[in-house]
Each structure stands twice: as structure tokens, then as C-alpha cells.
Design a protein around this ligand. Structure first.
Ligand SMILES: NC(=O)c1ccc[n+]([C@@H]2O[C@H](COP(=O)([O-])OP(=O)(O)OC[C@H]3O[C@@H](n4cnc5c(N)ncnc54)[C@H](O)[C@@H]3O)[C@@H](O)[C@H]2O)c1
Ligand SMILES: [Zn+2]
Length: 350
């Protein structure tokens, strides 16, 4: 259940009033801890707020163990509730911990980044990274509610907004129509809460529609991997260099490279490829991959949990509004696209 509101506390009270939870816990990171009074007020006792270190490098089993430990120590039971307040890191990690603690207890997501509003907190995937392997350990588990307060984006750093915008561009390519038109108008002004709410709702609608048909990614859901085969390999490569690349930036670069791949394979008309490129280049600078070994990137793509037997399958755009999944792509086409990405640099508009 998705709820949009200007007052999280009121909405939260509404969500929990029909249930009889014995205890309510909240999970935040260092940055989203600041929201606890605004978001959960007196609903969660201070000692039942579990704060974890911020950053994707902490989305791992060690942090999960700390959370499970805290829940056990404070005697959380099957009738307890966990409220995740944060970006995708917190909603993935908190959802994972809640869905495994005592074989699964209820949780609510209160996403605080654009990326988690339009993507991570909906669709039922939870999980943690396992060493360098992104999201290798996880569950499919639905929150009982996702509460979205769009004006919280006002507090979000520009870089984080851009991370979410990449997923919005992805959804725009998949959906076409009104969402793609909005993508081409660029990011709304930060104070324009109504515009953000509208765009967030269109994104969630698209993602929910896809997930409803195919929750466990046996088919259609794979379209949501657009930009992610290359994007995840980039994230892995940056982690190996002890560097951090935001998920959205990785996906933005991934979508550019994957549209080059689709173009080269004759799957995507040139005008659609350049329209995708422009929408992305308007917001994202090209990554500098000079220090990265392209063969190693290719190996990381083969290691992606979505690929089998050393072949690389991708979801690729066929048109704006049509993405096809399970397309087998050869190494040489990928290497050409990676090379083209570095050469084909547009200036960001602002
Ligand atoms: N489950 C899914 O379907 C799914 C989909 C997409 C992404 N993800 C996951 O989501 C994660 C990325 O999520 P993210 O981009 O939200 O990152 P994040 O949760 O790490 O948040 C980014 C940074 O912003 C801070 N922050 C959060 N809200 C803030 C606010 N309102 N104001 C100021 N700072 C704030 C955080 O503390 C953090 O430092 C990745 O782990 C990715 O794998 C999951
Ligand atoms: Zn993503």
C-alpha cells in the first residue's frame, strides 16, 4: 500500500491502528536519524530506534547482525513492527532484517531519498551486499505500507536527487508516454512538491504494474534491469577500487552504454538512442573510466547474478516505451559500446 502525505506521523497512526503490535522499532542511518521526531514522534520509544552507519558499504550481513541482535535484545516478537526510515540502503537492509527475523515480521518503509521513493522501497526486493557482490543475499518481502512525504526531498543533496532521477529516466524509457515527456522537461524545481508527487506516483505506478505481472523476475520484471547489467558491473568495479559510485550514476552510465549496444545490434532506432543519450547527458556527466580495465568490467557483467554460464543477457531498449529482456549480447558488442561511451561526451546542460 502506497500512501502520499504531508504528515508522516498521522499516516503512520492510520497504518498501525488496525494492528496490535506489541513493540514498534525504527531503523535509520546516521543522516536519517534526524527525521525520527518528525516521522515517528512518540510512536517509537527512543531506545527502540536502531541507527546504523550510513552508506552502501554498510549494507551487509555484519550490519544485519547488529540489527537482529538489537531486535532480539529488546525482545522484538512476531507481533512487532519495524519502520525503515531512509534511502534504499536502509529500506533494503531493514526490510531484509525484518523479513528474516523470526521468519518475518511486519515492516513499513518511509523512503527519504528520491531513489528509494521511486524504486527501492517498492517492488518487494530486500537484501544486502555480500563482499563485493551487490544484493547477493536477500528476500522477496512486501512492506505493509510505504509512506511517502514528497516535500522531504527539499532536504536531499542534489547528488542524491540525481541518483533517483536515473531510475526515473529508466522508467520513462520503459513506459514512454507522459513519463517520458516529463523526463525530457528535466527535474522539477525542488520546491515544486506537487510536480514531484505526480512524477513519483507515475514511477511507482509503472514499477508496480511490472512487478504485479512478474514479482520474482521470471520474465517481464527483467525490463527493470535496463541500465543495470552494465551499471552493476560499474558499481562493483568502483568498489574494488575502494571508490563509491552512486547506484543512479552507475545506472545512468549503464543506460547510455546499453543504448549504444542496442543501436549497434540494430535493435534501437538512432533517433531514440540519441534521445536517451540527451536525457541522460542533460543531468549526468560521463564517468571517467580511464583507470578501469574493460575486460574486468566484462567479467563483472558475466558474474552478475542474472547471467548464466558465462553469457551476458541484457534488457535493451527497442523504442521509447518498449524494452525487451533476455537479449544475448556478445563480448565484442559490449567492448565497442564501452569504448564509444568514453569518446562520445556531451556537455551537461547545467
Ligand atoms: N530493492 C530494490 O528494488 C532496489 C532498487 C533500487 C536500488 N536499491 C538499493 O538502494 C540503495 C541506494 O539507495 P539510495 O540511493 O537511497 O542510497 P542511501 O540509502 O545510501 O542514501 C544516500 C545518502 O543519502 C542520505 N540520506 C537519505 N535520506 C536523506 C535526506 N532526506 N536528506 C539528506 N540525506 C539523506 C543517506 O544517509 C545516505 O548517506 C542501493 O543499496 C541499491 O542496491 C534497491
Ligand atoms: Zn536500480
Amino acid at each position: 500500500m502506497i500512501r502520499y502525505t504531508d504528515h508522516v506521523i498521522a499516516e503512520l497512526r492510520e497504518c498501525i491502528k488496525l494492528e496490535s503490535y506489541d513493540k514498534i522499532f525504527a531503523i535509520t542511518d546516521e543522516n536519517t536519524f534526524a527525521f525520527i521526531y518528525e516521522f515517528i514522534g512518540a510512536i517509537v520509544p527512543h531506545e527502540q530506534v536502531i541507527m546504523v552507519s550510513a552508506g552502501d558499504q554498510h549494507k551487509n550481513l555484519q550490519t544485519a547482525e547488529i540489527i537482529w541482535g538489537q531486535l532480539a535484545k529488546m525482545r522484538a516478537s512476531r507481533k512487532s513492527l519495524v519502520i525503515n526510515i531512509g534511502g534504499g540502503m536502509v529500506t533494503d537492509l531493514g526490510g531484509f532484517c525484518a523479513s528474516t527475523y523470526m521468519r518475518g515480521i511486519d515492516f513499513i518503509n518511509i523512503p527519504t531519498t528520491l531513489l528509494s521513493m521511486v524504486d527501492a522501497s517498492v517492488g518487494g526486493k530486500t537484501g544486502v551486499n555480500f563482499g563485493h557482490l551487490k544484493n547477493y543475499i536477500g528476500t522477496f518481502a512486501e512492506p505493509i505500507a510505504v509512506i511517502i512525504q514528497p516535500n522531504i526531498l527539499k532536504a536531499l543533496p542534489q547528488e542524491e536527487l540525481k541518483n533517483g532521477w536515473a531510475e526515473i529516466i529508466k522508467h520513462g524509457i520503459i513506459a514512454g508516454g507522459e513519463l517520458w515527456e516529463l523526463v525530457n522537461k528535466g527535474m522539477p524545481k525542488i520546491a515544486d512538491t506537487a510536480a514531484w508527487k505526480h512524477i513519483i506516483a507515475l514511477n511507482i505506478e509503472l514499477k508496480s504494474k511490472v512487478v504485479k505481472v512478474d514479482k520474482k523476475e521470471a520474465g517481464l520484471r527483467k525490463v527493470l534491469n535496463l541500465g543495470h547489467t552494465v551499471g552493476h558491473a560499474l558499481e562493483t568495479a568502483f568498489l574494488k577500487h575502494n571508490d563509491y559510485l552512486g547506484h543512479g550514476k552507475a545506472v545512468a552510465a549503464g543506460m547510455v552504454m546499453e543504448s549504444f549496444i542496442a543501436l549497434e545490434m540494430g535493435l534501437l532506432p538512432e533517433e531514440d538512442a540519441s534521445s536517451i543519450e540527451s536525457a541522460i547527458d542533460a543531468v549526468f556527466e560521463r564517468l571517467d573510466l580511464a583507470d578501469y580495465n574493460m575486460q574486468a568490467l566484462l567479467a563483472d557483467m558475466k558474474g552478475d547474478k542474472k547471467n548464466h554460464f558465462g553469457s551476458i543477457n541484457m534488457a535493451l531498449p527497442r523504442n521509447i516505451g518498449a524494452v525487451q529482456y533476455d537479449i544475448l549480447v556478445t563480448d565484442s558488442v559490449i567492448l565497442n559500446a564501452l569504448a564509444l561511451y568514453g569518446k562520445n561526451t556531451h556537455q551537461p546542460q547545467a
